[in-house]
Design a protein around this ligand. Sequence first.
Ligand SMILES: [Mn+2]
Length: 420
Amino acid sequence: MDSSYFKGNRQRLYEMLEDNSLLVLFSGREVRKTNDEFYPFYTQRSFLYLTGLDGPELILLAAKDAAGSVSEKIFLQPADPMIERWNGRRIKADEAVAIGGLDAVDYVANFNTTLHRMATSGRYAHIYLDLFRQDPADRDTPAHLLLQRLGSDYPYLQVKNADALIRKLRLIKQPCEIEAIRHAERITAEGITAMMRGSKPGMYEYQYKALWDFALAQHGPQGSAFPSIISAGQNNFCIHYHGYTGQAKDGDMVLNDVGAWWDNLMTDVSRGWPCNGKFSPRQKLLYECALATSNHMFETIRPGMKMADVDGGIRAYNAQCLMDAGVLDKAEHIGKYMWHGGAHHVGYDVHDVVETPELVAPGMVFCVDVGIYHEEWGIGFRLEDNCLVTENGCENLSICTPRTIQQIEDTMRSGVHAVS
Ligand SMILES: [Mn+2]
């Protein structure tokens, strides 16, 4: 992404801040795994969305004055040849400019004095922090640690949650973000196609995963956007399964729920296929229900539709299909076969942190996910695609991954799939 993209994201956030306010955002800190090892560092997504800077212990400080004009500063880790010799390069001032368009640079060691000077200047009444937390019991983030200090040090500053504002921005995808998702969708298609082509009875889940990882690795070092779900047979009944130890036996279905990413924009695509390359009559029956439901949703979704009706529509239509197929007796019993919702947004996060919209609007990207779990038959799978809402309808961004029974069987038989 160009630096103008990140500048634009910040500009739109700054416009939403009240006058006389400060904004402090953190990239996050490394989490120790054991001894001298750390988990792979994962930059806080909204920080990345606003700065483009991917690294630990960086801080963005912005100040909006009484006239509404904004000054900003990025605090970096200082150059340190010895630390960088061991752990890799730190982001330098010229890179902060080139990547994020951040031309006022200081060092993290000076952050507290800078904040103190501004907080005590009498010019600011509010301070915005990104206080997103998935669970109140989650470990303290740097923002939460600062929050604890603000109450005692600067009780006159009113704390506001920047997360609520950033979510609004992240909800609607910009053209360059959609292009990045399209690119990632093509890589995802290659990875899933590789698993389909390599599939045969007796394969272990970790072998499918190896095919997926290998295909993605041809496109860069970034790998999967999130931990891949790849399962077979009975393991398909664990929705978020990450064991990779099971074996696909003849007659089993393989399920994947995976995604490549590009420029930090993610995809989230699920397919199910018979490991032996040929859908059984029961597998076909259930798969056709999921496919008909998904196709119906892509014909129906358009701006102005209630977001709740996307989820509800998936459920209701699939229930009807399953009743018509003689699988389900009553629509209200659909919970026996559908275990999860079907429409979450995708973007910088696979379950994107966005403002929950009431209505569908152009630029939204969310999943259309139809999962069917028939335990008595031993058949469980999901058909999950990524829906881009356009001006007058929608587009299936993941259409390039084999999706119909014909496409899947052809891909598995011929070993060739023309990626559109
Ligand atoms: Mn998924």
